[in-house]
Ligand binder design. Structure first.
Ligand SMILES: [Zn+2]
Length: 332
């Protein structure tokens, strides 16, 4: 398929399949509307920051949605500190959310009576590696300036390594310390959500209104916004000002809430939705959403007869493109 790409507007580019809602967030409605470079750009600068948000990652864990490489992200894989324990001890949660002590760079020092002191921080599951780790770090130390200064014979070095290994085996694991809370924090990047809504709305409007939308003032503004986000340092912008400029309201209107709940069997958190109404487009993704008023489209296209619902369920629910009339009759 060739055509104008709806982002760069180049007329005869080969078109590639674009997932309206990101595939890595469970989106399953795809259309040939973007050239490869634009598809890659939106994937990198718009979809990826969106699917990296913690609440999306959590949905991906809950509903087992793998990415392109087959991996499901662990949303809480940051490093945590532990209450009432020295700051050197750090913990990570593995893919099954089990806490594991993060291996720290070993500390080695020479004591006053000329012995070697060694401190290691390891997870209990690394216990079998202790001899290897100690041998490696001490051998490296003996080759360093401080180690050479000791002027130890090979036998003395070997017996120090052996004593350290024996000593380490005698230390009781302190896993009970991990009963206390883990402290970490995470952030939801509203701009990443907003930018994704703009992308979805832009693509949905094109599917509904065709090239007349691309040529309209709304189309032009949304396209300029999206294009401007596809770089390392986009111009800074304020969420509210930008929403006004693009005619986007931050919430799903309350009268549609009930309808959305109906469409999603009462669980909007498992669905991506875009609803084209006479007044504009509503986009709700995993329970969070935005509405875009297409005033100039109502005027220039007579859009009052347009009414379509795009539903992409990330569970077993209804997915596809439906007529709003049909779904509304069903609702009443
Ligand atoms: Zn393009």
């Amino acid at each position: 398929m060739r055509g104008p790409c709806i982002l760069c507007l180049k007329p005869a580019e080969p078109l590639t399949e674009e997932h309206i809602f990101p595939e890595a967030a469970g989106g399953n409605i795809a259309k040939y509307i973007l050239c490869k470079p634009c598809n890659d750009k939106l994937g990198h600068w718009v979809d990826a920051p969106y699917v990296d948000q913690k609440h999306i990652q959590l949905a991906r864990v809950t509903y087992k949605i793998p990415g392109k490489r087959g991996n499901i992200p662990q949303p809480f894989s940051d490093t945590y500190s532990i209450d009432g324990f020295d700051s050197q001890l750090k913990v990570k949660l593995d893919k099954n959310f089990a806490p594991r002590v993060v291996r720290q760079a070993p500390k080695i020092w020479v004591t006053e009576d000329g012995e070697i002191g060694l401190s290691l921080s390891l997870d209990i599951t690394d216990r079998k590696d202790i001899p290897k780790i100690i041998r490696t770090v001490l051998s490296r130390f003996f080759k360093s300036e401080a180690g050479i200064r000791l002027e130890w014979s090979d036998d003395k070095k070997e017996s120090a390594i052996q004593r350290s290994i024996d000593g380490a085996h005698k230390i009781e694991p302190r896993s009970e310390q991990i009963q206390s809370p883990l402290h970490g924090s995470w952030t939801i990047e509203l701009k990443a959500l907003f930018t994704e809504y703009v992308k979805v709305i832009y693509e949905i409007c094109y599917l509904e209104f065709g090239s007349a939308f691309i040529d309209s003032l709304s189309g032009e503004r949304l396209r300029a916004f999206l294009t401007a986000q596809c770089c390392d340092e986009p111009e800074p912008w304020e969420l509210i000002d930008m929403a006004k400029h693009l005619n986007i309201a931050p919430q799903v209107p309350p009268n549609l809430d009930d309808f959305i709940k109906h469409l999603t069997n009462g669980n909007p958190y498992t669905h991506h939705l875009a609803i084209v109404t006479p007044a504009g487009v509503v986009c709700s993704m995993l329970g969070m959403g935005a509405i875009f008023h297409i005033r100039d489209l109502v005027r220039t296209l007579g859009a009052t007869d347009v009414a379509t619902v795009y539903i992409s369920s990330i569970t077993e629910g209804k997915s596809g493109i439906f007529s709003l009339d049909e779904l509304l009759v069903d609702h009443q």
